[in-house]
Design a protein around this ligand. Sequence first.
Ligand code: ATP
Ligand code: MG
Length: 256
Amino acid sequence: MAKIFCVANQKGGVGKTTTTVNLAASLAAQKQRVLVIDLDPQGNASMGSGIDKMELNQTVYHVLIGMADIGSVRVKSETGGYDVLPANRELAGAEVELVEIDRREERLKDALEPVLTEYDFVLIDCPPALSLLTLNGLCAANGVIVPMQCEYFALEGLSDLVNTIKQVHANLNPELTIIGLLRVMFDPRTTLQQQVSEQLMAHFGDKVFSTIIPRNVRLAEAPSYGMPGVTFDKSSRGAQAYMQFGAEMIERIKTM
Ligand code: ATP
Ligand code: MG
């Protein structure tokens, strides 16, 4: 049975999509069966997995509004070695249409049910908002992975996310927990980043993943080739860090 993780942070540009596709590729390289769900109308996780978002007839949008099931919409990422439930701009409409639909926060959870035995991991790339789309991700998930940059305002934003997760936990999904905070785009030469990193560990303890993802240009270049960094340049420091993060996640789920 798959374990389902949301990669979420309402702050934009913090490395959610980079983490989703590279963790997926890392897990796939370590013999795990992985489904990536692109829950962002920007479609970045789809494009970064080598799937052209403009060419799609059906997307996660059709799944959410009940016009298709996951089995007929998912596609294979040849460059990543995992399956993708892709997205494009059309998904922005779901935000409005779902309001009228029954069990509107649980559409994704319900749709996932039939395919869970086919995967070890389902990774959901959330948009940069605490929206109805993100709520669908949080309701479907066993846990949340929070990528964050170690800068001053990152800590401030974290409390909104933690509060939302608490509310979803109380009202919609009693299983939901923060699996961990992932330090990304890390530059160890910056004193402030080191200080914030230490504060994080003091405050969140073992909720901070031991893997640290460095700032690495190869990770940023990979999406323009439709590839996760892990496949684009295996030997880069960024790829190696995400390989290590995959191993850490495989260990983590053994205790769940
Ligand atoms: P959004 O909120 O818009 O969905 P996001 O949180 O998904 O953004 P990404 O798209 O993953 O963030 O990353 C933002 C930018 O930072 C991208 O250009 C990405 O290539 C770059 N980036 C992410 N991680 C790293 C890293 N470790 N080193 C260097 N660049 C990175
Ligand atoms: Mg993104």
